[in-house]
Ligand binder design. Structure first.
Ligand code: BF8
Ligand code: SF4
Length: 633
C-alpha cells in the first residue's frame, strides 16, 4: 500500500478509526488477513479451468506446463479473456435491461417514459432511421427493435450498434483483424467456449478474442446503455452538488443508493422527494438521498444527488451509524455489508434477483412494480431512522463542492457560449496552440491494494500541471470530487496557466463567473461511451484518426473485471491506456509484451503499466507530446 496509508480521504481515515473502536472488521482488515497473497495468482499463471487442476506454472523453473500441457502464455491469455468476458457480460446485461424497459415503456406497461426527444432523434439518426413524421413512440419502438436485433443476430454481420457508432477508420482496422463482433450474447458464449479446457491454446488468437470482447463491451454495453438511459432519463446537463460522507445529515433519514442501475435509483430519487412528509411525521427533518459508486454517478449527473463516495467508502458509510438504509442493486457491492450493518441499525436492502446477500432484506425491484418497490424501501428507511442509536453516530465533517453533468452535449453547450457557430473550434484551437496539451480520461475503481484515491488524485494533479484537460468517470470521479478537483477552485489551485486560461474563458463566456472545473465529470463507467463520442468528435473535426489524437486513458486504481474490459476497448480504439496496478499477466512474458507493446502496431493503442502516479503522469504527458509532434502541432 503506497505511503502505508489506507486512504488520503480524511473522512475515510476517520471512519476507519471508528470501525476499529467499534470493533468492526472492514475491507482493510480482510486485506491484511489475506497477506501474503498467492504469487501464482498475481502473475496470472494459476489455472483451475478444469478439475485436473489447479495447475501452477513456475516462472523460475519447473513445472512449465499444466497437466494438460498448457503453457504460461496460454493460461494467462485464457484467464485474461475470461476476466474481460466477465466485465463485458455485466455491461451487456445492464444495457439489455435498459432496452427491455424502454420497450415496455413504449407499450405503456411500466412507469417510465421518453424524457429526451433530442437524444431519441440523435440515436435514431445514427442508426440510419428516418425521423421526419414519426412520433417519439414509433421511433423508440424502432430503436428497441434494432437493439434486440443485435441480440438476435444470426447473420454473421457485425453488430449494428457498433457499425452505427464507431468511426469508419476503426471499423476497417477491426475488420482486417477479424474482430468485429456479431451478436453480443454469442460472442460472450464463444469466448467462454474458446477459453475452456482443451480449446484454444494460441495466446495471440486468445488476445484477438479478448479485443473482440472489448468491442462487445464498448458497443453492446457502454454505448447501448448510455443511449437508452439518456432517452429515458435525459442527457445530463451541468449540475452542482457535493461529495463525501459529510453529505449525510444527522437529523434526516439517510438513504444511500449503491450499485449501477439508474432505472432503480431514479425511482428512489422520485420517491424520497414524494415521501419526505412521512419522514417529518416520523420526527426527521427530511430525507437525504446520497449515491455511491456508479448508480451514485448516474443520479449525480442527471439529478444533482450528492455522492457519499466510491467503492472503498461503502462499508464506511455504515460505520457512520447515520445511514438508515443502504440500498444496492448490482456490481461492486461488498458481500460484507450485511454483516457490518448488523452491528448498527442500518438496513441493507438488496433489490435485484441476481444479487442477494445473506443477512440483508430483499425487496425485489421489477420495472412493473418500480413505484411500489421504491416506496416500500423509503418507508423501511424511515422506520429504521426511528431506531437509530444516536450515541453511535459520527458523520465526518468533510465534503467538497462538485460540478457534474458534463455529457458531450453539455460540453458542446458550454463551448457554444464561446463560438455558437463552431463550438469545437475554441477547444481545438487551444489544443493546437498548446494552451491545452491534450486530454486524458481518468476512470475506474478503488483497489484496497493501494491507498484509496491516492493514485487517482496524484496522477490528475500532475497532469493538470502539464495543462492536460482531464475528464473522469466511475469511482475515479468520486475520488476526484472528494479531493476538490471537480469545482472551479480546483482549476485555480491545480491547473497549469494555459489550461486555467481556457477554462476561465469558457466559464466566463457561459456566464458562470468562475472557471469550469479542471476535471469534467462525465458520469458512470457505462458513460465511458461519452468519452469515445468526444474523441470521435475531435478526431472528425481535425480530420485525423482517433489513434493519432494527443490523448490517453488511465485507470489508476482498477480492481473490477469491468475495468479490464473497458480498458481493452480503449486500447482497441487506439488509445494508450494506463493502469496503476499490475494486472495478472506478468507470468507470461509474451502476453506482457503483446499487451504493452506489440498491440500498438495492430490497433494503435496499448497498455501502459506504472504504479507510481507521478511517473505515470510524466509518461502519459510524454506520449501526448509525441502525438502532438506527429500531428505537427
Ligand atoms: O462500474 S469504478 S469499483 S463502481 S467497476 Fe465498481 Fe470500479 Fe467503481 Fe462502477 Ni466501474
Ligand atoms: Fe490444469 Fe489444463 Fe485443467 Fe488448466 S485446463 S486446470 S492447466 S489441466
Amino acid at each position: 500500500m503506497s505511503n502505508n496509508l489506507k486512504s488520503i480521504d480524511s473522512a475515510s481515515v476517520e471512519m476507519i478509526e471508528k470501525a476499529r473502536q467499534d470493533k468492526v472488521e472492514i475491507v482493510w482488515d480482510r486485506w491484511e488477513a489475506q497477506q501474503p497473497q498467492c504469487g501464482f495468482g498475481e502473475l496470472g499463471i494459476c489455472c483451475k479451468i478444469c478439475l485436473q487442476g489447479p495447475c501452477r506454472i513456475n516462472p523460475f523453473g519447473e513445472p512449465k506446463h499444466g497437466i494438460c500441457g498448457a503453457t504460461a502464455d496460454t493460461i494467462v491469455a485464457r484467464n485474461l479473456l475470461r476476466s474481460v468476458t466477465g466485465g463485458t457480460a455485466t455491461h451487456v446485461d445492464h444495457a439489455y435491461e435498459a432496452v427491455e424497459i424502454l420497450g415496455l415503456a413504449v407499450e405503456g406497461k411500466v412507469p417510465y417514459g421518453i424524457k429526451d426527444i433530442g437524444k431519441l432523434n440523435a440515436v435514431a439518426s445514427k442508426l440510419g432511421l428516418e425521423t421526419e413524421n414519426r412520433t417519439p413512440q414509433e421511433l423508440a419502438e424502432k430503436i428497441v427493435k434494432i437493439a434486440f436485433g443485435d441480440f438476435g443476430n444470426s447473420s454473421g454481420n457485425p453488430m449494428r450498434w457498433l457499425t452505427a457508432t464507431a468511426p469508419a477508420e476503426r471499423l476497417e482496422v477491426w475488420k482486417n483483424l477479424g474482430i468485429l463482433p456479431r451478436n453480443p450474447d454469442r460472442e460472450i458464449r464463444a469466448a467462454l467456449h474458446q477459453s475452456t479446457m482443451g480449446v484454444d491454446a494460441d495466446p495471440v488468437n486468445l488476445l484477438l478474442a479478448t479485443a473482440k470482447l472489448g468491442l462487445v463491451d464498448g458497443y453492446a454495453g457502454l454505448h447501448l446503455g448510455t443511449d437508452i438511459q439518456d432517452i429515458v432519463f435525459g442527457t445530463p446537463q451541468p449540475v452542482k452538488t457535493e461529495a463525501n460522507l459529510g453529505v449525510l445529515k444527522p437529523n434526516c433519514v439517510n438513504i444511500v443508493v449503491h450499485g449501477h442501475i439508474p432505472f432503480f435509483s431514479e425511482k428512489m430519487v422520485e420517491w424520497t422527494e414524494k415521501l419526505e412528509e412521512e419522514a417529518r411525521l416520523a420526527g426527521a427533518e427530511g430525507i437525504q438521498l446520497a449515491g455511491m459508486c456508479c448508480t451514485g454517478n448516474e443520479v449525480l449527473m442527471r439529478q444533482g444527488i450528492p455522492s457519499a463516495g466510491n467503492y472503498l467508502n461503502q462499508e464506511l458509510a455504515i460505520i457512520t451509524g447515520a445511514v438508515d438504509a443502504l440500498v444496492v442493486d448490482v456490481q461492486c457491492i461488498m458481500p460484507s455489508l450485511a454483516r457490518i450493518a448488523a452491528c448498527y441499525h442500518t438496513k441493507v436492502i438488496t433489490t435485484m434477483p441476481i444479487a442477494k446477500m445473506p443477512g440483508a432484506e430483499h425487496v425485489e425491484f421489477t420495472p412493473h412494480e418500480a413505484d411500489a418497490c421504491a416506496q416500500k424501501i423509503v418507508r423501511k428507511a424511515i422506520e429504521a431512522y426511528q431506531s437509530r442509536d444516536r450515541s453511535r453516530v459520527r458523520i465526518p465533517d468533510y465534503k467538497a463542492e462538485v460540478w457534474g453533468g458534463f455529457s458531450v452535449e453539455a460540453i458542446v453547450g458550454a463551448l457554444k457560449s464561446v463560438n455558437p457557430e463552431d463550438p469545437l473550434q475554441p477547444l481545438v484551437e487551444n489544443i493546437k496552440n498548446g494552451n491545452i496539451l491534450g486530454a486524458v480520461g481518468v476512470v475506474g475503481c478503488n483497489n484496497v491494494k493501494t491507498t484509496q484515491d491516492y493514485n487517482t488524485v496524484e496522477l490528475v494533479k500532475a497532469l493538470l500541471k502539464e495543462n492536460v484537460l482531464v475528464v473522469a468517470t466511475g469511482c475515479a470521479a468520486h475520488g476526484l470530487g472528494k479531493a476538490g478537483l471537480l469545482n472551479p477552485e480546483g482549476t485555480k489551485k491545480y491547473a497549469g496557466e494555459g489550461l486555467k486560461a481556457v477554462l476561465t474563458a469558457v466559464g466566463n463566456a457561459a456566464g458562470l463567473n468562475d472557471p469550469l472545473p479542471p476535471v469534467l465529470h462525465m458520469g458512470s463507467c457505462v458513460d465511458n461511451s461519452r468519452i469515445e463520442d468526444l474523441l470521435a468528435a475531435l478526431a472528425g473535426y481535425l480530420g485525423v484518426a482517433m489513434k493519432d489524437l494527443p490523448v490517453a486513458a488511465s485507470a489508476p486504481e482498477l480492481h473490477h473485471e469491468k475495468a479490464l474490459s473497458i480498458g481493452t476497448w480503449a486500447v482497441a480504439l487506439g488509445v494508450l491506456t494506463h493502469v496503476g496496478l499490475v494486472p495478472p499477466v506478468l507470468g507470461s512474458p509474451l502476453m506482457t509484451r503483446l499487451l504493452t507493446s506489440d498491440l500498438e502496431q495492430l490497433v494503435g493503442g496499448k497498455f501502459y503499466v506504472e504504479t507510481d502516479p507521478v511517473k505515470a503522469a510524466a509518461g502519459i504527458a510524454e506520449h501526448i507530446r509525441q502525438k502532438r509532434r506527429v500531428l505537427g502541432i
